[in-house]
Design a protein around this ligand. Structure first.
Ligand code: F0G
Length: 468
């Protein structure tokens, strides 16, 4: 791989620069736009046509090579991100920092499909990455660039998962990391990870958006490589689950892919991955990509409703899905382009709907963190609105592992999560579903007769609540 083969292109004014010429905030000095990483074979922003030309990577050769690497013992081949490095030549092989990320399962979700009213539902579980979230796929890419460029320090503002991933990859690569997180507003599992992996962890008395402001100022005053998702190299890694998903589906393109929306980079990254595959002739079309936000952190949804997406309306974010508690998302324009290019939708879901969807994903034996569950809650809405039909094949991208926020799960099952008003807002069917799904722990004397009686009572209750 040669890092010389890529450039950065401003997504607003189209200006191109060398990767090494980028400033510390990863924004175009002329128009403040974000960058995309581009290669000699990249699709032009205005044309989605399938490309032709002798210097394009050959689709059959790529498929064969990616398959071959699965049997290799080399770390970069075992990585489910770097296995696809031909489509993001951004660093030399010897500079890659990897924890063997990617290679995540694509689960069938028949019970959730039935609940949503469709025939075919899969979940691409990005929570099965080394630090338990999809952030690892982007972090291995961007951190490797930092290492190659000789940075000693890396930093991010985070709702918890980016910081966990950054701390781990920085430690692996021998770099030092600084994490800015909003005090008291991230899940404990995530906070513990950044300490475990040795980051300097700074809890700022503000929200995520406030952390971004402080960090953006800091990186202009100290030589730090910024690892928030404004860094376009993050998205190069985060596009690879699209490749892996298609490989797992034997190159059959699903109709619909649904992702949660926070800072709004991930939907755009997957969109870039699908669009590049289409451009190179690996797939005949791209799936729709839809983005789901929590109602309390819904700036993109609101902006689309109120001004058709012309201007972002930042909000003061509040949701228990703390990973996506973001009111002023940096990558909103990139996300909007993905929605428009693929014909996807943006929906919002309530706290009650998120809790129910999370419990339903858990009851399927899969489990995920609250932010990931918005995808399933959103799917139910899109089906109810007739935007997704029964026969369409849908993939949910589950972004975080269920153990990331075990307090949320425990509170839900103990019936201590939702407020009276939130429960009152649920339909009678949703309320019955909550009752059926809740499994609070039972404390008993250590006596088998007592346990047996409890079991019998439990069986009677279950059969009375279960639909015939
Ligand atoms: N799901 C999870 C579990 C997340 O941690 C995030 C973002 C998202 C979804 C949203 O992805 O920002 O690309 O739209 N977490 C970031 C963080 C902000 O700091 O960990 P997005």
């Amino acid at each position: 791989m040669s890092e010389e083969t890529h450039q950065l292109r401003c997504t607003e004014c189209g200006a191109r620069i060398a990767g090494t010429a980028v400033n510390s905030i990863f924004r175009c000095p002329d128009c403040n736009g974000l960058y995309d990483v581009i290669y000699p074979w990249s699709p032009l922003p205005t044309s989605a046509d399938v490309a032709s030309g002798s210097n394009l990577p050959n689709p059959s050769a790529l498929r064969w090579l990616w398959q071959e690497r699965r049997t290799s013992t080399l770390p970069i081949d075992q990585s489910g991100v770097w296995r696809f490095r031909d489509l993001f030549p951004i660093v030399k092989n010897e500079n890659v920092v990897t924890l063997r990320e990617g290679n995540t399962p694509l689960y069938e979700m028949p019970r959730c499909a039935k609940i949503a009213g469709i025939d075919w539902l899969l979940a691409k579980h990005q929570g099965m990455n080394p630090t338990g979230s999809f952030k690892d796929t982007g972090m291995t890419a961007a951190l490797s660039v930092a290492a190659q460029r000789g940075f000693e320090w890396v930093a991010c503002a985070s709702t918890g998962n980016t910081s966990a991933a950054m701390a781990a990859y920085a430690a692996r690569g021998g770099l030092r990391s600084i994490v800015f997180i909003p005090e008291g507003k991230i899940a404990w599992g995530k906070l513990s990870q950044s300490m475990d992996y040795g980051a300097l962890t700074i809890q700022l008395k503000t929200d995520f958006d406030g952390c971004v402001r402080v960090l953006t100022d800091l990186v202009t005053r100290f030589p730090i490589f910024l690892l928030n998702s404004v860094n376009p190299y993050r998205l190069e890694g985060q596009k690879t689950p699209a490749f892996e998903m298609l490989e797992q589906l034997e190159w059959q393109v699903p109709e619909h892919v649904i992702v949660p929306g926070g800072n709004l980079a991930n939907g755009a990254a997957l969109g870039k991955g699908f669009s590049e595959m289409h451009h190179l002739g690996l797939i005949p079309r791209v799936p729709r990509i839809s983005i789901i936000q929590a109602e309390g952190a819904n700036p993109l949804y609101r902006s689309l409703q109120e001004n058709g997406g012309k201007q972002l309306i930042p909000v003061k974010a509040n949701t228990r899905a703390t990973a996506i508690r973001i009111g002023n998302p940096a990558s909103w324009r990139k996300a909007l382009r993905t929605l428009n290019a693929t014909g996807g939708w943006c929906e919002q879901v309530t706290e009650q709907e998120i809790a129910l969807a999370k419990a339903e994903i858990g009851a399927e034996g899969v489990g995920c963190e609250p932010a990931s569950a918005v995808t399933f809650a959103g799917l139910k809405k899109l089906v109810a609105q007739g935007k997704i039909t029964r026969e369409e094949r849908v993939v949910l991208v589950l972004t975080g592992h269920t153990l990331k926020d075990s307090q949320y799960t425990i509170d839900y099952h103990r019936n201590e999560l939702l407020t009276q008003e939130e429960v009152a807002g649920a339909t009678p069917l949703q309320q019955a579903q909550h009752t059926l799904l809740r499994k609070p722990p039972v404390v008993l004397e250590a006596d088998s007769d007592i346990v047996l009686r409890t079991l019998e009572t439990h069986m009677k209750i279950s059969s009375s609540v279960l639909p015939a």
